[in-house]
Design a protein around this ligand. Structure first.
Ligand code: ATP
Ligand code: MG
Ligand code: FE
Length: 334
C-alpha cells in the first residue's frame, strides 16, 4: 500500500509518502516566524501551515516519485497539538481523501513518536518501554503492540522540553533553546552547579520546580556578577542538562525494574539531546538493556512517523470517517 501522511500539530508542516512500510519521502517545513516571539504563536502557526501545506505535499509526492492517483490512503495527525494547526492538516487530508476516493487514517501524534522506531533497523520487539520526551510531553509508555500502548508514568506539570526551553530563555538564549543548551553543554562541566531535582512518587515526573530553582539561582548569581551568564554559559548548560537527564533516567531505571522489560526506546524532540543519548547508552551497557534511539530527523516532528503509525492501522483495517475533527488533547491509547 502507498500512504500519504500529513503532520501539522505544532510548528512543523510535514508530509511523507510510505510504500509497504518503507519511507519514500519526508518533507519538513519549519516555521521561522515564531523565533522572534520566543515561542510558538498558535495563530501564526495555523497561517503558516496553510501557506506550506500544498507545496510540502507536492514536494513529498515528487520526491517519492509517486502520483497522487497511486495513493491507497491519506493519514493525518488528529491530536494532540494546537487546534488551529491540527485543523489545517485534518481539513487538507479529508479533502484529499474525498477527492481521490480513498480511506482516511487518523494518527495520535504521541503514538507516532513511539512508532518512529519502526522506520529504520534495528527495530524493537513488543513489549518495550519508550521514554517519550518532547516540547509538550514527558511520558514512560509501555508499548504492548503498535496499536496498544499504556502510559505508566508522566509529568504532573511541565514537559522536559519546556524545562530545556525555559531555562534557555532565562539565560537569554533564542527559541527553541533545547538544542542550544545541548550545544553549549558539550563544552561545559556538568558538575559545576547543582540544582534540586524534584522527587515524585511512582513513575511520574515534575519539572516546574527546577525551572523556578534555576530562576532564583540566576537572580542570585547575577546580583554578584552581572556577566555571570556570558562567562559561564557552557558550565550552566552542562549542569542543567545533567540534572534533567538524571531525572529522566531515574524513572526509566525504575520502570525497567518494575516491568522486567529491558528494551528501552526514546522518542520525541528531546531524544535528539546528546546528553540523554549518551547517558542512556551508558546505562544500557551497565545494566544490559537494549536501547533504541531514532535517527535525528525522526526525533523531532515529522510526517514519516505519522506514515509509519498509519501503516500499522492500515494493516489492521482501522480507518476513520469524513466527520472526524481534530483533538487538541488526545491521550495515548484512545
Ligand atoms: P509534542 O510532541 O509534545 O506535541 P512538540 O511537537 O513541540 O511537542 P517536538 O517537536 O517533538 O515537540 O520537540 C521539540 C522540543 O524538543 C523542544 O522543546 C526542543 O527544545 C527540544 N529539543 C530539540 N532538540 C533538543 C536537544 N538537542 N536537546 C534538548 N532539547 C531538544
Ligand atoms: Mg516543533
Ligand atoms: Fe512532537
Amino acid at each position: 500500500c502507498i500512504i500519504l501522511a500529513i503532520e501539522s500539530s505544532c510548528d512543523e508542516t510535514s508530509a511523507s509518502v510510505l510504500h509497504n512500510g518503507k519511507i519514500l519521502s519526508n518533507v519538513v517545513a519549519s516555521q521561522e516566524v515564531h523565533h522572534q516571539y520566543g515561542g510558538v504563536v498558535p495563530e501564526l502557526a495555523s497561517r503558516a501551515h496553510q501557506q506550506n501545506i500544498v507545496p510540502v505535499v507536492s514536494e513529498s509526492l515528487k520526491n517519492a516519485n509517486i502520483n497522487k492517483k497511486q495513493l491507497n490512503a491519506v493519514a493525518f495527525t488528529r491530536g494532540p497539538g494546537l487546534l488551529g494547526a491540527l485543523l489545517v492538516g485534518t481539513s487538507f487530508a479529508k479533502s484529499f481523501a474525498l477527492a481521490l476516493n480513498i480511506p482516511l487514517i487518523e494518527v495520535n501524534h504521541m503514538e507516532a513518536h513511539v512508532l518512529a522506531h519502526f522506520i529504520d533497523e534495528p527495530k524493537p520487539t513488543f513489549p518495550f518501554l519508550c521514554l517519550t520526551v518532547s516540547g509538550g510531553h514527558t511520558q514512560i509508555v509501555l508499548v504492548k503492540s503498535a496499536l496498544d500502548m499504556e502510559v505508566i508514568g508522566e509529568t504532573q506539570d511541565d514537559a522536559v522540553g519546556e524545562a530545556f526551553d525555559k531555562t534557555a530563555k532565562l539565560m537569554g538564549l533564542p527559541y527553541p533553546g533545547g538544542p542550544l543548551v545541548d550545544k553549549y553543554a558539550k563544552e561545559g562541566n556538568p558538575l559545576a552547579y547543582t540544582f534540586p531535582a524534584t522527587e515524585m512518587p511512582g513513575l511520574n515526573y515534575s519539572f516546574s520546580g527546577i525551572k523556578t530553582a534555576f530562576m532564583y539561582f540566576l537572580r542570585d548569581q547575577l546580583k554578584a556578577n552581572p556577566r555571570f551568564v556570558e562567562e559561564n554559559t557552557d558550565d550552566i548548560c552542562a549542569s542543567i542538562q545533567h540534572t534533567l537527564v538524571k531525572m529522566l533516567l531515574q524513572k526509566v531505571k525504575k520502570a525497567v525494574s518494575e516491568t522486567g522489560i529491558r528494551q528501552v526506546a526514546i522518542a520525541g524532540g528531546v531524544s535528539a539531546n546528546s546528553g540523554l543519548r549518551q547517558a542512556l547508552a551508558e546505562e544500557a551497557k551497565k545494566r544490559n538493556w537494549e536501547v533504541f534511539i531514532p535517527r535525528f530527523e525522526y526525533c523531532t516532528d515529522n510526517a514519516a512517523m505519522i506514515a509509519m503509525a498509519a501503516y500499522f492501522k492500515y494493516e489492521a483495517g482501522r480507518f476513520t470517517h469524513q466527520m472526524v475533527s481534530p483533538l487538541a488533547r488526545m491521550p495515548i491509547g484512545v
